[in-house]
Design a protein around this ligand. Structure first.
Ligand SMILES: [Zn+2]
Length: 171
C-alpha cells in the first residue's frame, strides 16, 4: 500500500516521477491499460468501486481504508460497492487542473450509492444541462490519458444509466 495522500480518490492525477526526458517509449499498443491508481476499482465488467464496510458502525467508505473513517474501528472488511447510484451534485470542469493530462471539458460530480455513501467522481457527461438531481448513474471505466509508455491510463467515472435499465430498486 502506498500512503499516497489520497485526496478522496478524486481524479488523482498520477503523481509519477517526472520521467519525461529519458523514457519516452513509443506507444505499446492500445490494449495496454493501467488504472490511475491500484485498489480504487476493479475493471472487469461490470466495474466496481473497491470500498470498505465497518464491522462496528456498519458504515461504508471509499476509497478502501484499514481504519473506519467514521468510528476509527479497524474492523473493516473489503467490499465491492454498488455500481449504480443517484446523481447528487455535478458540474463541468473546463480548465485542466494542475497535473491533469486528460481532455477538457469533463463532468465532475457526486453520486450517492445505495450503501449510503457519496462518491466524488468524474462524470462522462460534460454538459451540466443534461444532468439532473437523482438521475440514475452507472459506474464505468474510461480512458484518462496515455502515459509515457503509451499505455492507456484508466479511471472510474459515472455515466447516465439508460432509462429504465437501472431503476430496479425503488426502495
Ligand atoms: Zn465504523
Amino acid at each position: 500500500m502506498c500512503p499516497d495522500d489520497a485526496d478522496g480518490g478524486v481524479l488523482s492525477p498520477t503523481t509519477e516521477p517526472a520521467a519525461d526526458a529519458a523514457t519516452r517509449a513509443p506507444a505499446r499498443g492500445a490494449d495496454a491499460a493501467v488504472p490511475v491508481r491500484d485498489g480504487l476499482f476493479s475493471a472487469e465488467a461490470p466495474p466496481r468501486l473497491l470500498g470498505g464496510r465497518c464491522g462496528s458502525c456498519a458504515s461504508h467508505h471509499f476509497p478502501r481504508a484499514d481504519t473506519c473513517p467514521y468510528c476509527s474501528s479497524q474492523d473493516v472488511a473489503p467490499v465491492a460497492l454498488s455500481a449504480e447510484g443517484e446523481l447528487w451534485a455535478w458540474t463541468a470542469v473546463t480548465a485542466a487542473p494542475p497535473g491533469y493530462r486528460g481532455e477538457v471539458p469533463y463532468g465532475f460530480g457526486v453520486v450517492e450509492l445505495p450503501e449510503g455513501l457519496r462518491v466524488v467522481a468524474r462524470l462522462t457527461e460534460a454538459d451540466p444541462g443534461r444532468l439532473h438531481a437523482g438521475q440514475a448513474m452507472r459506474l464505468v471505466v474510461v480512458p484518462l490519458h496515455a502515459d509515457e509508455a503509451g499505455q492507456t491510463v484508466t479511471t472510474f467515472a459515472f455515466a447516465p444509466a439508460p432509462a429504465g435499465a437501472a431503476g430496479g430498486d425503488g426502495t
